[in-house]
Write a protein that binds this ligand. Structure first.
Ligand code: TRP
Length: 335
């Protein structure tokens, strides 16, 4: 790395290779990561250990990791400027997670919204302890790289708070051991809602059960058109201020894709029928996704090269993670 690079703040973020990515993941996460990559030292992880909390089929998990790696690059993350690596390739993640668990009172984890939602849906007796300690593994991901910022969606804020609490606890017990990270939450595109249920955040897992919920990054144009055409609007025949949540979501996506603010998007469609808005949203999505899909296809034509990229990055980041783990181990009395 050139010396100037060392003065840039470091970001770390990650996505679970559990289900296919959708337009919300692009607008809310990947596109921002790619846009900002010159401002930061970039660490982007494929968090396969986290994906185990949904117990994916092993072949599917393996396939999803490569798909996600290719999508990271296809969405604009430049492997020359970003570390792109798989969590389980760096054993320090699991090792630090154990130490973090020993620093985390159960009460903190019991308060996590994601844990509460899954215990409610599936029952505390049935969900794994992995779901419970999930935020501790995420804290380990972040702390290992001394990340300054963690770009995430609003739904992850609580996990970053927990990471900060653990980091502060460790530092107050044993001196300055780890860096206390900050969340980096963007409002543009931060909350893309479900096409079929605009009060629900667009979700990868819901899209499995209800395909009309989300446009996937690898959907062909005709599928995009069909999904957007069926998106929920309201009973008005045309776009009128104030718009309902479904129309607001379409306008927000249009604005984000075309680089407008929401007011300008509303002004562009005020009084026009929903079909006009939907066809403009479709075109904007196709325009954004076509180059991504072309690049993706190109990358997937050489999976060996993709695997090599992941392996090389894992090797480089292991040095950083190993140094932090060592520091924590010494502070805890393990070394
Ligand atoms: N929990 C995050 C999510 O569901 C994924 C994640 C795992 C992550 N480890 C991370 C995000 C570290 C940022 C930093 O979106």
């Amino acid at each position: 790395m050139p010396p100037a690079a060392q003065t840039r703040p470091r970001v770390l973020s990650g996505i679970q290779p559990d289900f296919s990515l959708h337009i919300g993941n692009y607008l809310g996460a990947l596109r921002n990561w790619a846009r900002d990559q010159d401002e930061f030292e970039n660490y982007f992880c494929i968090v396969d250990l986290h994906a185990l909390t949904v117990l994916p089929d092993p072949a599917k998990l393996r396939a999803n990791v490569l798909e996600l790696a290719a999508l990271y690059v296809a969405c604009g993350l430049d492997p020359a400027r970003c570390e792109i690596f798989v969590q389980s390739h760096v054993p320090a993640h699991a090792e630090l997670a154990w130490i973090v668990e020993c620093l985390t009172p159960m009460g903190w984890l019991e308060r996590m919204t994601q844990f509460k939602a899954r215990s409610q849906a599936q029952g505390r007796e049935r969900i794994s302890t992995g779901v419970f300690v999930y935020p501790d593994l995420m804290a380990a991901d972040i702390l290992l790289y001394d990340a300054d910022y963690v770009p995430v969606g609003e739904d992850q804020r609580q996990h970053i708070e927990l990471t900060r609490d653990v980091a502060q606890r460790l530092n107050s017990l044993h001196g300055d051991v780890v860096k206390v990270p900050q969340p980096l939450i963007r409002d543009v595109g931060a909350r893309v809602m479900g096409l079929d249920a605009p009060l629900e955040k667009m979700s990868k897992s819901i899209a499995i059960e209800r395909p009309g919920h989300a446009v996937l990054l690898l959907d062909p144009p005709d599928v995009i058109r069909r999904k957007v055409a069926r998106a929920q609007t309201d009973t008005e025949p045309a776009v009128r201020d104030p718009v309902g949540p479904g129309v607001a979501n379409l306008l927000d996506m249009y604005a984000a894709l075309r680089g407008l603010d929401s007011r300008a998007a509303l002004a562009a469609f005020e009084g026009k029928p929903y079909s006009a808005l939907k066809s403009a949203v479709t075109d904007a999505m196709v325009d954004a996704l076509q180059p991504i899909q072309a690049k993706y296809a190109d990358l997937r034509s050489d999976d060996a090269a993709l695997q090599r990229l992941l392996a090389e990055s894992a090797e480089r980041v292991s040095a950083v993670a190993g140094a932090t783990l060592r520091r924590v181990q010494v502070a805890m009395g393990l070394r």
